[in-house]
Design a protein around this ligand. Structure first.
Ligand code: ARG
Ligand code: ZN
Length: 873
């Protein structure tokens, strides 16, 4: 069944208060729920019956105003409880029995390594008790948790703990009260044997907040980074958005089995262990950065998501897009803004553009869905954040802040729409964002075709920009969108020229944000003595593709001179793409010398910003090259990219060894952009050298592997060895690593991943062995992702075998997981949905594998939606 935005109706009944009592046992849990219900005065018409959502619940009793109802007064329809002929105001008590210990879907209440925990977003609360499970029903929750004292000394829920005590049979209870009304998707409960890491934060108004991170005892030493990140996030949100924390306690709990990254439950954030636990010995730089960003993201949700929430799930990007934009601003301020922008743009261009052009393409505010879990997508999150970023660009920082203040003030305590967000921005700034709203309504990535010419007589440079938005499922003939187009023009000396829009414009700026609103625009820039080199869409000012006939000379010029760091990187990427594509097409025999020389200067000029250099040295990924292709030949792409890498490594061997030495480990572990760049540079140099089988580098890698004081360097050496031709050395390193870290699940996941991403022929057989490894666990999503997810999503050459064996393998695993955890199965199947993008024999065989998933008996609606949409027509 498809749900449509156009069918939205306000709820017939409101719930003011929820009183919950959980009796937790080893063989199940009894949930007593008492709701204070009243009719919604805004509901058109009269609803006679109260309808509550439910999923996999065993109903024990229903009472209305204290009187138990006979079976004739209600119907238990499984996914709904209908209570007939209810009064205008009443108390409803429902008792249900659930089995958290058998809950492998990890939605609702479940057990993970011996502890009870919850995940309710989007529709998990209905797996706990019957309730109007929709975000526009907001209630105050009071929760009493009862469990065995010895097994579960820590009992947590949202808000403040208001009561605790002993019970018979060695049991105890704690009662929690959350003063803020919230939708049930923000409910959380945790019960377990956990240790506590504590700190305090003093807010801008002088309130002391008790900060608590709860983890299993073995992880006690891995909380510092998350705690520091939390305090930085709290300060940043006060300074940049004027948002102060509102409860007396803020808690984070780490759980091993978790479908997603983390969850912003009010006052009690629950995290996937891998997104919160870190120490320099066990986590790499990328993990540290991800943790900082996710801790911030979940914390920022307290305002953008919890205090102001979504009216319905079509508005998901209201909280996710805005919160990703907020966490991106935070990460930029904590590290290198240019590097952060490069990472975000890369994710957009590689994965979101692919999603936008594929069978699951949907607008930032979708108008229909079958399973909402499938819509926690790059489009909702990342494109949604880009859309907010464009509003920020169009309004400027001051008016944007005025707009966000107005939004929070106007809608505090409400469940609202993306349109309300845009309206607040309009009202605060006085700008008309009418056409801009199309970004929320139209799917697909706009293509900007840019052409130019120079009139040397008149000194006028003319830029023509056409925009087109491709058709997507259910949407054709789209209207032009409002696009902020940041532009610079470089003169022959490499500096930015003034952009004069009319001949006698004085003090013209050297960078402008042009606003595109029509299908075609022509801009003229005056007073130029020479033809400039254009720097287009600086800083990725809009999530668009740009078609402009750059010459390689122009790209090299931009790489060296562009005043915008992002566009220097971008020029390097475009140059490398151009060279690789020419090899794929067979247009060129060898690798263009100019690329080699460009990389040589990057490597050998220590005066350049090393954080930017570290990014510029990364060749465009295979996934990005697939995205850019019309009909991708996976093996040809892999082969051409490998040839370029070989050629660069051979030609630059001396520079790479020198770069490796220059960026040696000084023994300290710091997370500054400079230190991160140094580690990245030395590990890139190492991997390139091992790629060409360099003996000396193999020795360096072995030494680094043994002596590394941190996981970034240890993993850098291991990865380089795993992808090298040195068989004995790589096997030894892999064994050694496992022996050393087998007791740490987060490290074992990295050990699985490096093997699943291995370039060695025969990886698929090895993947099957990993699935049989004692450390592999089908019930743990992180393990599944680190082996199957990495193989199918990141290992292009090994996954795309011409005989289709990689696809058949993936289809088998998806079917297997579909029974136990449909959300994970639906995520895992996605590489196959791109079948239209691939040339034969790949495309056809991917489609066949997808069809075999479709034909599985009892397919979940999660996987059904994705597979059916992908096979349509
Ligand atoms: N709201 C969470 C976050 O982004 C993600 C929850 C995802 N839940 C799901 N069922 N897909 O911070
Ligand atoms: Zn979020």
């Amino acid at each position: 069944r498809t749900i449509y935005l156009s069918e939205y109706r306000v709820p017939a009944f409101l719930v003011d208060h929820v009183d919950l009592r959980f009796e937790l046992f080893e063989n199940g849990a009894r949930v007593h729920s008492t709701l204070t219900v009243r009719r919604n005065p805004e509901y058109p018409g009269v609803a006679e019956h109260l309808e509550l959502d439910g999923d996999s619940l065993k109903l024990e009793s229903v009472s209305l105003d204290g009187i138990e109802l006979g079976a004739d007064r209600y119907q238990d329809q499984g996914d709904k409880l209908v209570v007939q002929a209810v009064p205008d105001k009443f108390g409803l008590n429902v008792v249900t029995w659930i089995e958290p210990q058998n809950n492998t879907r990890l939605e609702g209440l479940y057990k993970s390594s011996g502890m009870f925990c919850t995940q309710c977003e989007a529709e998990g609360f209905r797996c706990i008790t019957f309730f109007p499970d929709r975000p526009d029903v907001m209630a105050r929750f009071r929760t009493r948790v009862e469990a065995d004292r010895e097994k579960y000394p820590v009992l947590l829920s949202n808000g403040n703990d208001v009561d605790r005590g002993e019970l018979a049979d060695g049991r105890h209870f704690v009662t929690w009260e959350d003063p803020f009304p919230k939708p049930c998707y923000l409910f959380a409960l945790v019960a377990g044997d956990l240790v506590l890491k504590q700190d305090t934060f003093t807010t801008c108004s002088g309130r002391d907040i008790d900060l608590r991170i709860y983890v299993e005892a073995r992880n006690a030493a891995k909380c510092d980074h998350a705690m520091d990140s939390l305090k930085r996030s709290m300060r940043w949100d006060e300074e940049v958005y004027g948002r102060e924390y509102d409860l007396d306690i803020f808690m984070i709990v780490a759980v091993d089995d978790f479908n997603m990254g983390a969850m912003e439950n009010k006052g009690l954030n629950i995290f996937n262990s891998s997104c919160v636990l870190a120490s320099p010995e066990t986590a790499a730089d990328t993990a540290f950065q991800r943790i900082e960003a996710i801790v911030a993201h979940e914390y920022f949700h307290n305002w953008s998501g919890n205090r102001v929430t979504c009216r319905d799930w079509f508005q998901l990007s209201l909280k996710e897009g805005f919160t990703v934009f907020r966490d991106a601003g935070f990460s930029a301020d904590m590290g290198s803004p240019t590097v952060k922008r490069i990472e975000d743009a890369t994710l957009m261009r590689t994965a979101q553009f692919a999603e936008d052009a594929g069978p699951m393409s949907h607008p930032v505010r979708p108008s229909s869905y079958m399973e909402i879990s499938n819509f926690y997508t790059l489009t909702i999150y990342e494109k949604g954040a880009e859309v907010v970023r464009m509003i920020h660009t169009l309004l400027g920082p001051e008016l944007f802040r005025k707009g966000s203040d107005l939004y929070f003030e106007r809608h505090d305590g409400q469940a609202v729409t993306t349109d309300d967000f845009v309206k607040a921005m309009e009202d605060a700034s006085g700008r008309d964002l009418g056409q801009f709203r199309l970004w929320y309504e139209q799917a697909g990535t706009p293509l900007l075709t840019v052409r130019d010419d120079f009139d040397s007589e008149a000194g006028i440079y003319r830029l023509t920009i056409e925009q087109a938005i491709p058709d997507s499922p259910g949407q054709t003939s789209k209207n032009p969108q409002h696009i902020p187009f940041a532009l610079g023009l470089l003169g022959a000396d490499g500096t930015d020229l003034p952009l004069r829009l009319f001949a006698d414009e004085n003090d013209a700026p050297s960078e402008r944000v042009l606003e595109l609103t029509a299908a075609r625009h022509e801009f003229e820039f005056h007073g130029l003595s020479e033809r400039p080199v254009p720097s287009l869409v600086r800083g990725f000012s809009a999530p668009v593709r740009v078609d402009y006939p750059w010459t390689r000379e122009q790209l090299i010029f931009l790489m060296n001179h562009d005043g915008d760091g992002f566009n220097r990187w971008d020029a390097g990427q475009r140059l490398a793409v151009d060279v690789i594509q020419a090899l794929i097409r067979g247009d060129e025999e060898g690798v263009d010398e100019r690329l080699v020389e460009a990389y040589r200067s990057l490597l050998s000029d220590p005066s350049l910003d090393q954080a930017l250099v570290a990014k510029m040295l990364q060749l465009p990924s295979e996934a990005y090259l697939v995205e850019l292709a019309d009909s991708a030949d996976a093996q040809a792409i892999h082969g051409a990219r490998t040839r370029v890498l070989d050629c660069l490594a051979q030609a630059l061997r001396g520079e790479l060894l020198e770069c490796y030495r220059r960026n040696g480990d000084d023994g300290s572990y710091q997370l500054t952009p400079e230190a991160i760049a140094a580690r990245s540079l030395r590990n890139t140099a190492l991997s390139w050298l091992l790629h060409i089988g360099d003996r000396e580098a193999c020795g360096l890698a072995q030494t680094q592997f043994q002596d590394a004081g941190n996981m970034t360097d240890r993993m850098g050496a291991l990865r380089a060895l795993v992808n090298s031709c040195f068989v004995t050395e790589r096997e030894a390193a892999l064994n050694d690593f496992y022996q050393c870290w087998q007791d740490d699940p987060q490290v074992v996941e990295q050990w699985f991943s490096v093997q699943a991403a291995s370039l060695q022929a025969g990886t698929l057989n090895h993947i099957r062995e990993l699935l049989a490894h004692p450390a592999f666990d089908w019930k743990n999503p992180n393990k599944v992702r680190s082996v199957i997810g990495v193989f199918a999503g990141q290992n292009l050459a090994q996954f795309h075998q011409a005989d289709g064996s990689g696809y058949i393998f993936l289809a088998e695993q998806v079917c297997r997981l579909d029974d136990s955890n449909p959300q994970i199965a639906a995520r895992l199947v996605s590489p196959l949905t791109r079948w239209r993008k691939f040339a034969e024999p790949y495309g056809g065989k991917m489609k066949q594998a997808l069809a075999s998933v479709r034909d599985k008996e009892g397919l979940s609606k999660d996987v059904f939606e994705i597979v059916h949409k992908s096979l349509k027509e």
